[in-house]
Design a protein around this ligand. Structure first.
Ligand code: PLP
Length: 396
């Protein structure tokens, strides 16, 4: 008899986006003339920038040439891309990351989920709440014990250290869904905790390119000794609109060690390399060529223009809502605006109100965890016209 991994039965069904879709459909049927504005999606909407499009096309032409065909590539990613990452994302910012510490992948979703492969299921996992659901679900699948760290306006979205000792700690800054960030001194508390407790920090920097303020670390490695305790995830998805192309990378420092049950130190970099070379066959050459092109002067300018566009949308939403009397968070260093639901309404009640009275769609905070109840997420990824129109509707 074949048995299943029963941990999968412990997962809560995620009805969030299907419920939203159903509610939109119903509303539209009854109100065919209303133009619904969607500020709920967390996906990019601006086209891939020309420099990347051209690089991918050129790479594809190479693939059609018998002399230039690229077959299986290195599982860890091509050096041409890893060199750019090491130089521009790290060395230029005073951080030393070597090529063999960089693992190019098909996304931070996969990496933040798959990283658990190399850690014991006996580890306790600390997760901020509300949060990007992948960290939680993948650890439920593995059967690990989970402790939640509330992250709300009461603690300025800086979660307290867990009361119970945590071995694996997921941090995400800039944060999805709150749009808030951890400052250097706040992140240092976690690095110190991890050093003291021999824990590991899994730092998700998927929204790093949206940081606009000073004193906000772009990388956890800006904190002294963080290379001894932290893995960093970065993605081209939001940085350069790669949600459909799929390319990201994970930094696993050589200093980073974990322990066998008997207390022997083991290199995490070697384990992750072993895991990737066994279970992953690399990101397509043409996509890595596209990612490489982001680092050219022209590529950098183009992607920064797109990020500025989204950040301006975020400013319009944030300031518009604040002027209309809402309490708002995020939206300065992230494409997400997290607002406190007024009048003690629940997140879903507010969703219905906004849809029915204004024809606007957002995401109920409770969809990101119990401590998201009473909050609501709006995103900056809509067009400028629709963003302005949405705020005018809310104000009216
Ligand atoms: N991490 C966070 C916090 C996210 O919000 C997302 C996507 O929304 C991801 C990771 C996924 O990134 P990728 O597209 O690289 O899989």
């Amino acid at each position: 008899m074949i048995n299943i991994n029963e941990n999968y039965l412990k997962l809560e069904n995620s009805y969030l986006f299907s419920t939203i879709a159903k509610k939109i459909e119903e509303y539209q049927e009854n109100n065919p003339k209303t133009e619904i504005i969607k500020l709920g999606i967390g996906d990019v909407t601006l086209p891939i920038v020309p420099t990347v499009v051209n690089a991918v096309k050129t790479a594809m032409d190479e693939m059609g040439d018998v002399d230039k065909l690229m077959g299986y590539g290195p599982e860890q990613g091509y050096d041409f891309l890893r060199e750019r990452i090491a130089k521009i994302d790290y060395e230029k910012k005073g951080i030393n990351v070597t090529l063999d510490e960089i693992f190019v992948s098909d996304g931070s979703k996969s990496d933040t989920g798959n990283i658990g492969d190399i850690f014991s299921i006996a580890n306790t996992v600390a997760i901020t709440d509300p949060i990007y659901p992948v960290y939680l679900d993948t650890n439920i699948m593995a059967g690990r014990k989970i402790v939640y760290m509330p992250s709300t306006s009461e603690n300025n979205f800086v979660p307290d250290l867990p009361e119970e000792k945590a071995d694996m700690i997921y941090l995400c800054s800039p944060n999805n869904p709150t749009g808030e960030v951890l400052k250097k001194e706040e992140l240092k508390v976690w690095v110190d905790y991890a050093l003291e407790n021999k824990s590991i920090i899994l730092f998700d920097g998927a929204y790093e390119s949206f940081i606009t303020e000073d004193n906000i670390p772009h990388s956890i490695y800006e904190i002294e000794r963080a290379k001894e305790v932290a893995i960093e995830f970065r993605s081209f998805s939001k940085t350069a609109g790669f949600t459909g192309l799929r390319c990201a990378y994970t930094v696993v420092p050589k200093e980073l060690k974990a322990y066998t049950k008997s207390g022997k130190k083991v290199s995490i970099n070697s384990l992750w390399n072993r895991r990737q070379t066994t279970k992953f066959n690399g990101v397509p050459y043409i996509i890595q060529k596209g990612a490489e092109a982001i680092y050219s002067d022209k590529g950098q300018k183009e992607i920064k223009d797109n990020i500025s566009y989204y950040l301006e949308n975020a400013r319009i939403i944030r300031e518009g809502l604040a002027n209309a009397g809402y309490t708002v968070f995020g939206g300065i260093n992230a494409p997400y605006i997290w607002l406190k639901v007024p009048d003690n309404l629940g997140s879903w009640e507010f969703f219905d109100k906004l849809l029915h009275e204004k024809g606007i769609v957002g995401t109920p905070g409770s969809g990101f965890g119990p401590n998201g109840e009473g909050y609501f997420r709006l995103t900056a990824f809509a067009s400028r016209k629709n963003t302005i129109e949405a705020i005018n509707r809310i104000k009216s």
